[in-house]
Design a binder for this molecule. Structure first.
Ligand code: BTN
Length: 244
C-alpha cells in the first residue's frame, strides 16, 4: 500500500496521482510534490507549479453518503486551509465562494476537488490544494489574476512541512465532522471568513451573468444571492463570483 504521506520531486499533478489509485486508497492519504508539470486549476485552467516554490497538496477522502454530500465539501476545505494558516500565525485570510483563498483582494490559494462516483454509491474525492508560498519573479506574469504569496504577507519564512502537517490534521478533523454533521456547524465560520459578504457581486454562469448582493451560503454550500430583495441559492459547479 501507499504511505499516508507520499512525497515526490516531480509529478504531472498530485490530483492525478491520487485519482489513478482509486479505489485502493484510505481516508487521509496525501500526496505532496516539489513541482507539477501539468498542475490543474478549476475550469480546465493550468496551475502554475514551479519547483520548490509553493505547496502542491492532495488528499483522498471517501464520502460514504455519496455524491450529494460533495457540494459543500469545497467550502469546508477552504475553512480547513484558513484554520491551518491561522495556526501558523497568518491572520486575515478570507474565502471567496466557492473555494478560493484571498488576502487583501489577491488570490493566495486555490482548491480543486475531483470526484469519482457512481450514482447512489460511495463518492471518492481527491482534494487538491495549491498554496502560493514564494512566487519566483519570472513566473509572476504567467498568472491572469491578482495574486499574492505567504512570503509577501508573513514576516517569517514559511516551513512547508509544518504547514503540510497542520493541513493534514485540520482536514482530517473537519472532514470527519462534516461527514457526521454536514455544513451547518461551519456556517458561522464561513460568514466570518467570507470576503464578499454583503457586497455587490457578479455571479458568472455558463450562459449569463447575474448581478446581486452576496448574502453568504446555505447548508448545501450554495451561494445566496439577493436580487430585487429576494434571496436565491445558486449551487456550485461552473459558476464563479466577481466583485461588481
Ligand atoms: C484553482 O483553480 O484555483 C484550483 C487550483 C488547485 C491547484 C492544486 S495544486 C495540487 C493539486 N494538484 C493539481 O493538479 N491541482 C491541485
Amino acid at each position: 500500500g501507499m504511505n499516508n504521506v507520499h512525497v515526490e520531486q516531480i509529478l504531472p499533478s498530485t490530483n492525478e496521482y491520487l485519482l489513478d489509485k482509486i479505489p485502493n486508497l484510505t481516508n487521509g492519504q496525501t500526496c505532496i510534490t516539489e513541482c507539477q508539470t501539468a498542475g490543474r486549476g478549476r475550469r480546465g485552467r493550468q496551475w502554475v507549479s514551479p519547483f520548490a516554490s509553493h505547496l502542491y497538496f492532495s488528499m483522498y477522502w471517501r464520502l460514504e453518503a455519496g455524491i450529494e454530500k460533495a457540494s459543500g465539501l469545497s467550502l469546508l476545505v477552504g475553512i480547513a486551509v484558513v484554520n491551518a494558516l491561522e495556526k501558523l500565525g497568518i491572520q486575515a485570510v478570507g474565502l471567496k465562494w466557492p473555494n478560493d483563498l484571498y488576502y487583501q483582494g489577491k488570490k493566495l490559494a486555490g482548491i480543486l476537488i475531483e470526484l469519482n462516483a457512481q450514482a447512489s454509491e460511495v463518492c471518492h474525492c481527491v482534494i487538491g490544494i495549491g498554496i502560493n508560498i514564494r512566487m519566483p519573479a519570472h513566473q509572476a506574469d504567467a498568472i491572469d489574476q491578482p495574486w499574492t504569496d505567504l512570503n509577501t504577507i508573513n514576516a517569517q519564512p514559511i516551513d512547508r512541512n509544518h504547514l503540510s502537517g497542520l493541513l493534514i490534521t485540520e482536514l482530517q478533523t473537519l472532514l470527519a465532522d462534516y461527514e457526521e454533521k454536514g455544513l451547518s456547524p461551519f456556517l458561522a465560520r464561513w460568514f466570518e471568513l467570507d470576503c464578499f459578504l454583503n457586497q455587490d457581486v457578479n455571479l458568472i454562469m455558463a450562459d449569463k451573468i447575474q448581478k446581486g448582493i452576496c448574502r453568504g451560503i446555505n447548508e448545501q454550500g450554495a451561494l445566496l444571492l439577493e436580487v430585487d430583495q429576494q434571496v436565491t441559492p445558486y449551487i456550485g459547479g461552473e459558476i464563479s463570483l466577481r466583485l461588481a
